[in-house]
Design a protein around this ligand. Structure first.
Ligand SMILES: Nc1ccn([C@@H]2O[C@H](COP(=O)(O)OP(=O)(O)OP(=O)(O)O)[C@@H](O)[C@H]2O)c(=O)n1
Ligand SMILES: C[C@](O)(CO)[C@H](O)COP(=O)(O)O
Length: 219
């Protein structure tokens, strides 16, 4: 069975506030994005990797790959206006049937075991996402103020989110809505249920300078 992953790195990284896009920032002397691609190559030597990058950053990425002697094989697709549009561009490069994962380029600390388990489960369930428990108390904002809700009723969602290729292509043929903050929400909009698999707590999304600090101790 063909296995693909679309690694999305087409965002603006506004919350990081850095001149250099966050996917290129170094953690332990290596750009975040290279670490992410390396984990997926470690998972599967035959995995077809599609990297989504803004057109304007593609030449810079090529230069970085030369500078770091980076040899993980991949193809590049153009970034889009939102994450949804970036994933859609990446999906256009998926040419055959099989399983396709979608992973945030800025999640370099995903465990190989989490990736493997998601792909294994996706053979059976067709739509699988990694999640972790909420470890703090949660409050819901209401008109009157706020109230505590049961944290056992919620999970935090990570990537890679892994799907049957045909199912994900059908889902991404839908009209975009701002409610689509991940791939599961796009698939669910067609009435399909997603299966929850265990994620790993280290699998943080590098979003702010604080996350870079955490990242440097996770190495
Ligand atoms: N148009 C977009 C927007 C986001 N992403 C990717 O989706 C992932 C999760 O998004 P996030 O971390 O929020 O990245 P940004 O949108 O870049 O960050 P910000 O919201 O701070 O600008 C990132 O790997 C990001 O590059 C993408 O490929 N294309
Ligand atoms: C896909 C995701 O990482 C799952 O937690 C998240 O939804 C991406 O969020 P953002 O809107 O791109 O910040």
């Amino acid at each position: 069975m063909n296995r693909y992953v679309i690694i999305v790195a087409g965002g603006k990284g506004l919350r990081m506030g850095s001149d250099l896009p966050k996917q290129f920032l170094p953690i332990g002397n290596k750009p975040v994005l290279m670490r992410t691609l390396e984990v997926f190559r470690k998972f599967d030597a035959n995995l077809q990797i599609i990297l989504v990058l803004p057109l304007a950053q593609q030449e810079f990425w090529k230069q970085l790959c030369e500078k770091y002697c980076f040899t993980v094989e991949h193809v590049v697709a153009d970034g889009g206006e939102t994450r949804f549009h970036s994933v859609k561009n990446g999906l256009a490069q998926v040419k055959g049937p099989g399983l396709v994962g979608v992973h945030d380029g800025v999640r370099p600390f995903v465990a190989v075991e989490v990736i493997r388990n998601c792909y294994i489960l996706a053979k059976q369930y067709k739509a699988v996402i990694p999640v972790i428990d909420v470890v703090e108390t949660l409050r819901h904002l209401t008109d009157a103020g706020s109230e505590t809700v049961s944290r056992n009723d919620y999970k935090l969602v990570q990537t890679p989110q892994v799907f049957d290729v045909e199912l994900l292509k059908q889902a991404y043929a839908q009209e975009y809505t701002p409610f689509f903050t991940d791939d599961a929400s796009v698939v669910e909009a067609m009435g399909v249920s997603v299966y929850l698999a265990p994620g790993n707590r280290e699998n943080i999304k590098i979003t702010t300078p604080f996350d870079l600090k955490i990242g440097s101790v996770l190495l």
